[in-house]
Design a binder for this molecule. Sequence first.
Ligand SMILES: O=C(O)CCC(=O)C(=O)O
Ligand SMILES: [Fe+2]
Length: 368
Amino acid sequence: MIYTFQFEFELQGMEAGRNTVVRVQSLVQAGLAEIPSQYIQPHENRPIHKKDNGAGIMNIPVLDLFGFDPEHRDSVRKAIGEACREWGAFQVTNHGVPIELMDQIRSVGFSFFNDCPFQDKLKYACDPTSAASEGYGSKMLVDNSNCGVLDWRDYFDHHTLPLSRRNPSRWPHFLPNYREVVGKHSDEMKVLAQKLLGLISESLGLPSSGIENAVGEFYQNITISYYPPCPQPDLTLGLQSHSDMGAITLLIQDQVEGLQVLKESQWFTVRPLCDAIVAILSDQIEIISNGKYKSAQHRAITNSRRPRLSVATFHDPAKKMKISPAFQLVNESSSPRYREVNYEDYVSSWYSKGPEGKRNIDALRINF
Ligand SMILES: O=C(O)CCC(=O)C(=O)O
Ligand SMILES: [Fe+2]
């Protein structure tokens, strides 16, 4: 076992001559009983694994979209507005995305992590020295950032939109339908993101196209995250606390719980609902809405028994966009609460300083 681990460790270290990045799955396969110190969170960040975490009593809302039927639009818009104000996150059902496609993306994603030989996975290794590079990785932040503790997670990040960024030859060839499924998933998620942003805009009193126009053409990435079982889940996090940097994230989970959302200083575990899609408001919506809606602070916890898979589809502004509060939401009684930001600068700061909860958006706040 130890031999296997060392072999894999060295193999990973050799990836194109780059710095050594250990995949969490290979630690688990090496049979470690205790996690390495780099994965141990300081006490204040550790998850509290208690039976009743609020799920069932209070949780992010589950909203039926009724297939965007115009007859239900008023009530759905109202419910979405409330969810955005209260939580910054909600689950949607009857969203129009084919359920078979959701099953397929979970299934090809799981198969890549579980069945594809390790050496083959490494052919797709992302560049750990460049932010959000496409491919198979384990570190959310770039190597030269000084944000210490590592996440208990491996992932595959795909660049999917605009189409000029989409190059399926860089995605896994392990399963014949993998690339087609990711492509279809990208298209479906874009449509859903547009429809949801339309409703969110309206709920703010903006024209339906308000947020989409402010964001510009979507830059979309799909990250399939794989959280291997962890021998000491009380000490670590699958993914550290953060808010997403773009406009809106649409997330599909499997049956294993792990996603948590923060509300009033308390973490709530999002109930896994197979047919539902989780919508997470990201930082640029908080800015555009002038703080009326908050981006959701969230994280992933681990467990010792079952691996967990999630598929997050991020919809972000183009790097050249400048984002500021919508002019309709700034008036005499409500002055601008955030400074205008070049999205490119926002992204660089996020990756170099690290998310540390919501520090990046908090830095843009105008204090009175
Ligand atoms: O795996 C999850 O549930 C959360 C993933 C996430 O928050 C992210 O990739 O930004
Ligand atoms: Fe996230």
